[in-house]
Design a protein around this ligand. Structure first.
Ligand code: MRU
Length: 339
């Protein structure tokens, strides 16, 4: 996949609408911060690094709007929009990180027009850097993929979840670019199907062999010896564990039972050593995502559902974290992971 997932254009922030894939490939333009917040909450744009880029561009959008108001209210107005962006989704730390990267620079600049230009150029640089980081993650990670490997992944940690290239899928793309024969088992990722809709779509587009399974089939394939390793992305890497899409922990436990290596691929912007797993707000999404399917009711009225979007995998189930600086096999070796 060559194109960017998110970009700046005349009318606002351009996105590939991820809710429509694989049936329809359409671009949308978010012309205002409230529309961008809605796009984040509806998962039109999603995935931790892409949310970081969205947050950065979002501050540039906030600056553009604030310029139309009085110079006296510029800073206050941008800060208010930045707050709305930062809290649009709580778990992926990259969103707040992307907002804060640009906001801090804007607040240092006295002159509103210069601040708005700076915000735009910093957001562009952050988007470029995200792709460069993913490619570095890819080349480090490619080393651990054996030729002929079948890799299981969960959710979508691909180009669609970043500016381009991807983290977990970036590792697979880099291994393929190195000439390795790699095939992917993509878990469908209930309830929003990021695996079957997005991971399968982008890998098939790149002619990388991919097969979709239901999430609960993963253990069966591991038992049959059909999975060589697991690679997933991350939304927040805390001092004591790694948040990723709900179901990741289940795959980590199952992989350990079957002695299959389990790797996480993530940029340093996903690390949050300030928090433990228990301190993080885990997004709980609406009942409808579980209680109906294609317009048909699947849960009786009155029966409650739990719909956590993410779970936490403890480090002792993780064989290594593939970052842009190399592969971490012991968190204690890496100061940014420590309190
Ligand atoms: O709810 P989503 O689709 O935003 O969840 C995304 C994930 O859990 C990804 O695996 C994670 O953000 C890593 S993306 C490189």
């Amino acid at each position: 996949m060559q194109e960017r997932t998110i970009w700046w254009e005349e009318g606002g922030i351009g996105l590939i609408d991820q809710t429509l894939l694989p049936g329809r490939y359409e671009h949308i333009v978010c012309a205002t911060v409230p529309r961008l917040v809605e796009a984040i909450q509806r998962l039109e744009v999603r995935g931790a690094p892409a949310l970081g880029v969205a947050g950065a561009y979002g501050v540039a959008l906030a600056c553009r709007r604030a310029l139309q108001e009085s110079p006296d209210t510029f800073r206050q107005s941008v800060q208010k929009d930045a707050g709305a962006l930062r809290s649009a989704r709580p778990t992926a730390v990259n969103l707040a990180w992307g907002v804060d990267q640009v906001l801090a620079a804007v607040m240092e600049e006295d002159e509103p027009v210069a601040a708005a230009e700076l915000a735009r150029s910093l957001a562009e640089a952050l988007a470029d850097e995200d792709e460069a980081v993913c490619r570095r993650i890819g080349s480090h990670g490619a080393e651990i993929i054996p030729d002929g490997a079948t890799v299981l992944t969960h959710c979508n940690a691909g180009a669609l979840a970043c500016s381009a290239w991807g983290t977990a899928l970036g590792v697979i793309r880099s291994a393929v670019a190195d000439g390795k024969d790699v095939s992917v088992i993509s878990c469908e990722t209930r309830p929003l199907l990021q695996g079957s809709r997005l991971t399968a779509w982008e890998l098939a587009r790149d002619a990388i062999p991919v097969t979709t399974i239901i999430d609960s089939e993963a253990a069966c394939l591991m038992q049959k010896g059909e999975i060589d390793l697991v690679i997933v992305g991350a939304d927040r890497i805390c001092r004591d564990g790694i948040f990723n899409k709900i179901g990741t922990y289940m795959h980590a436990v199952t992989a350990r039972y079957h002695q299959i290596p389990f790797y996480v691929a993530a940029p340093k912007s996903t690390f949050d050593p300030s928090q433990t797993v228990g301190e993080v707000v885990v997004e709980e999404r609406g009942r409808d995502e579980i209680a109906s399917f294609s317009g048909v009711r699947t849960v009786p009225d009155g029966v409650p559902v739990r719909n956590y979007a993410f779970d936490a995998t403890p480090f002792d189930l993780v064989s290594g974290i593939i970052t842009e600086e190399g592969i971490i096999t012991s968190p204690a070796d890496h100061p940014w992971l420590l309190p």
